[in-house]
Each structure stands twice: as C-alpha cells, then as structure tokens.
Design a protein around this ligand. Structure first.
Ligand code: GLA
Length: 399
C-alpha cells in the first residue's frame, strides 16, 4: 500500500483506528475557525468574515459490516457503542455531534449502514473555535465519501448546522459549519448569510498574525443567553414588521427605523438590535479596508465591535473585557475583540509578529494576577477547509 504522511495528531488517530478496528481508515480533517469581524450577524441574515485555521478535528472512519456503531473520542478517553437504526441520544455527551449528523441524514431519507470511527484533534473545546461544528463537518464529509451519498459542500454545511439546531439543541447560525467546510488557505470568507453567496478575500498578513488569547473560562449562561439574544433580535424585527411587512430580519433594518419604532417600545431590545445593525455595516466597511490593505483602520473596527458586543449586546464578561482593554494601547496590536458567542472563550487580536512573544508574556502575567487563572495563547494561520487526508487505501504515518 502507498504511504501518506500527515501531522502527528492525525496520524495518532489513524493509528488508534488501526489498532482497534484492524483496518486502514478513511481519514478526514475539518478545521476550527476564527471570525475577523461580523459577530452575531449570521442568524440576522447579515454578513460574517470567518476563516478556517490550523487547528482541526480528525475523523478516522470505516464501515462495520453490520448495524453496530463504535465511536471512540481519543481526547475524552471515552467511547460510544450503539445501533445505527436506533440512535441513543445522550444529552451533553460528545456523541450527539456524530449522532446528530446521522439523524439528519436519516431524516433526509439516506440509509446509513453501521460504521466505526475514532475522533480527536487539537481544537481546544469551549474556547470559541467551533470544535463541535468541526466534528459535525468531519463526520458528515466522511460519511458522504464512504457511502457515496452525493451531497455537495453547501448541502453538507446546512445539514451540519441542522444537526446542531435540531439534535444538539443549540440554535447557532451557519457561520461555523460554513467556515470549517469552505475555508481557503490565506483567505477570509465574506459570507452573505441570507443568499449564502460568498467571496474569498486575501488576508494580507505580512508581518501581522491572528493571535487568540483564551480566557480559559466558559460561563454557564453562554447558551441560554445566546438563545435570548436571538429572541431579542426577533422581537425588534416583529415591532418593525408590523408597520413594514418587507422587513424580515435585522439585515433589512436601518438605525433610523430602530430609533423610530423600537426605542419607544423596548429599550433593551433597541440596544441589542442597534449593535447588530451597526455590525452588519461595520463588516462591509472593514472589507473595504481589507481591499485597501489598511489593517490599521480594520483593527479600529475590531475594537469598535468589542465595545458594541460588551455595552450594547451585553455578551462579554470581565475576563474578555480585561484582555481587550490590556491590548488597547499596545503598539504591536492593531485590533482586538471578543470572538464568537461570548461569555468566555477567546479574544481575537491582530498583532505585529515581532511583538507577540513579549506581549504574550506580559498579558499572561497580568491575567493571572487579576483572576488567579492561567490563560492560553494561540498564534494561528489560515488554512483550507474540510478535506480527505487518506482514503483507506493508503497507510497513514506521521511526518
Ligand atoms: C456562535 C454561533 C455562530 C455565531 C456566533 C456569533 O459561534 O455558533 O453561529 O452566531 O456564535 O457570531
């Protein structure tokens, strides 16, 4: 058999599959994501600007020749065994991300035979880099290949999002799954979440890196508050829709409409909606900065996004605010903001390469002094989206 070389994390997952299931697996990589700007805009049918990164989930998979499924999560040191025709839903368990995908395929009429898989990777969980979306995308991509389902990439993105919405029960938008599947090396994706049209934009990073500062905390209200924000956005839309039936989402709303119709009725809803309407515009302006290679102006918009997320949308927390405040006047930092749903996870920072080491050391020390916990630093690169590393007809070994 031909030999494929890959990184150590992926090779270890293939090796585990070989040991347990005694055959060569199909091996799929699906990356985590960052989002440069455009937060909480996807479910309001605005724009987002994500990119796939150099941290990924790997799935090694093979058919089982009967109705039994055996899944192993190497990082959790845990396994799941069950019947493909009778999925056992274990709320809060990692298996929901795999069974959610199977459930969606079955609901769409696909008959999926039993299969085995080993999953794992190097995306930290709960840090806001979308490890769960990466699991869903990796599994779906593997099943599509293994059973020749004929799904195209966009169909897989939608199905992976539905797995999260309908089976896992998190009402996320489409950004995470889209970025994981459609990522392109050294490019960000400008995605119109209404039409799902997208454009790759070169991310001019000469001398600048995307650095994530991880608070290492995830407050428990993250998912309930996420769903509340969605409802508040919908509440704003329905106030306006009563008078302007053409308004279906915040994408269709102007700040003047919010002032006229929403402010007199509900101030909290007004603040939430104002952030989203401003953010949709801010992203479009930031894309012009990108075209002009004006990363200074782009970075300023990231700081403005953070202020909006913290003061108007109210999804930040003291740890995230601390990390953004700390870098605000740093010469090496062009822009920073909290990233993702909020209430913990990472800040995303554009940092001049030569300043990263010294800044990281200082911020880690200050964070420990302020909160008594250690934070983490990830220096990322932008990579391709979901892909097959090995087909099962080749031997996978570490570089
Ligand atoms: C989470 C969701 C995304 C998006 C962001 C906020 O990551 O999964 O769909 O809504 O929050 O921008």
């Amino acid at each position: 058999m031909e030999t494929i070389t890959t990184n150590k994390v992926a090779a270890a997952i293939a090796e585990k599959f070989r040991q347990v299931f005694n055959s060569e697996p199909l091996l799929v990589r699906s990356p985590g994501r960052v989002n440069l700007i455009g937060e909480h805009t996807d479910y309001n049918k605005g724009f987002v600007l994500p990119a796939a990164i150099n941290k990924a989930i790997y799935v090694a998979a093979g058919i089982s020749n009967n109705d039994q499924c055996h899944f192993i999560a190497v990082d959790m040191e845990d396994e799941y065994v069950g019947d493909i025709k009778n999925l056992a839903k274990k709320d809060g368990h990692w298996s929901v991300y795999i069974n959610g995908v199977i459930d969606q395929l079955q609901k769409a009429g696909y008959v999926i035979p039993g299969f085995n898989c080993v999953i794992g990777g190097d995306i930290p969980t709960g840090a806001g880099m979308s490890s769960s979306a990466a699991v869903e995308c990796a599994v779906l991509f593997a099943l599509n290949e293994m059973f020749s389902l004929g799904l195209d990439t966009l169909a897989m993105v939608k199905m992976a999002q539905q797995a999260e919405n309908k089976y896992v029960g998190v009402q996320c938008g489409i950004m995470d799954q889209f970025a994981s599947m459609f990522g392109k090396k050294d490019h960000v994706i400008k995605l119109d979440c209404r039409s799902l049209k997208y454009e790759y934009k070169p991310f001019d990073m000469e001398g600048i890196r995307i650095v994530l500062f991880d608070t290492n905390i995830k407050h428990s209200l993250a998912s309930s508050e996420y769903n509340t924000r969605r409802l508040q956005c919908e509440a704003g839309v329905s106030i306006i829709n009563a008078l302007h039936p053409e308004v279906k989402k915040l994408r269709d709303v102007s700040l003047a409409m919010l002032d006229q119709y929403v402010l007199p009725i509900d101030e909290k809803v007004y603040l939430r909606c104002s952030f989203v309407v401003e953010e949709i515009q801010r992203l479009q302006d930031a894309c012009i900065d990108l075209e002009n290679h004006d990363m200074i102006s782009f970075g300023k918009k990231m700081f403005a996004t953070h202020t909006g997320l913290s003061e108007l949308y109210d999804v930040s927390c003291k740890e995230l605010d601390f990390l953004v405040d700390f870098v605000k006047n740093e010469e090496s930092v062009l822009g920073a903001r909290m990233m993702g749903g909020g209430f913990g996870g990472c800040t995303i920072n554009l940092v001049k390469e030569e300043g990263i080491e010294e800044l990281s050391a200082r911020i880690e020390k200050a964070y420990r002094a302020a909160f008594g916990i250690d934070m983490k630093v990830y220096v990322t690169t932008i990579e391709n989206g979901t892909s097959i590393i090995a087909t099962g007809k080749t031997v996978v070994v570490a570089v």
